[in-house]
Design a protein around this ligand. Structure first.
Ligand SMILES: [Zn+2]
Length: 140
C-alpha cells in the first residue's frame, strides 16, 4: 500500500509511514473503511516518472563523437602535394589542424619548404637569366 500523505510505498500493516511519519491507513482503519471511494479517484502521488531525466542525450551526442577516426600521421601524398602546391598545404592546415594536428603540421611544413624552394628557384632563375646573358657577353 501507499502512504496517504507522501505516496511512499509502505509495507502492509505498518502504522506509520517510514518516509514522513504520518499514520497510515492501518493506524486509522475505521475512517478509511467508511469512505472507500474517497481515496479511489485520487490515488496518492505514487512516484511515477513517465519522462526519464535525460531523454535525448544519446542522439545529440552521437554526431559529435562519431567522426570517422582519421589517422593523425603525416601523409606522404599530401606532403608532396603541399610541397609542389604550397596553397594546398596552407588550406589543409587551416581545415584539418584541429582534427589531425600532426598531419596538418607536416603538410604545412612541406608547403613552407616548397614555397621557399620555389622562391629560391625563382630567384635563381631570375639571377641566372640576368647573369648568363651578361656572362656570355651578350645583351640585346
Ligand atoms: Zn508518508
Amino acid at each position: 500500500m501507499f502512504c496517504n500523505k507522501c505516496g511512499n510505498q509502505i509495507p502492509e500493516g505498518v502504522q506509520f509511514c517510514a518516509g514522513c511519519g504520518a499514520p497510515t491507513s492501518a493506524a486509522e482503519a475505521p475512517p478509511q473503511a467508511q469512505q472507500p471511494f474517497a481515496q479511489q479517484p485520487y490515488p496518492p502521488p505514487y512516484p511515477q516518472q513517465p519522462y526519464p531525466p535525460q531523454p535525448y542525450p544519446p542522439q545529440y551526442q552521437q554526431p559529435y563523437y562519431a567522426p570517422p577516426p582519421e589517422p593523425d600521421v603525416p601523409n606522404k601524398g599530401l606532403n608532396v602535394l603541399s610541397f609542389f602546391i604550397p596553397l594546398v598545404g596552407f588550406i589543409l592546415y587551416a581545415t584539418s589542424h584541429q582534427n589531425t594536428p600532426i598531419k596538418a603540421k607536416a603538410a604545412l611544413k612541406m608547403s613552407i619548404i616548397g614555397m621557399c624552394v620555389g622562391v629560391g628557384f625563382g630567384v635563381l632563375c631570375g639571377v641566372l637569366g640576368v647573369v648568363i646573358p651578361l656572362a656570355m657577353g651578350g645583351g640585346w
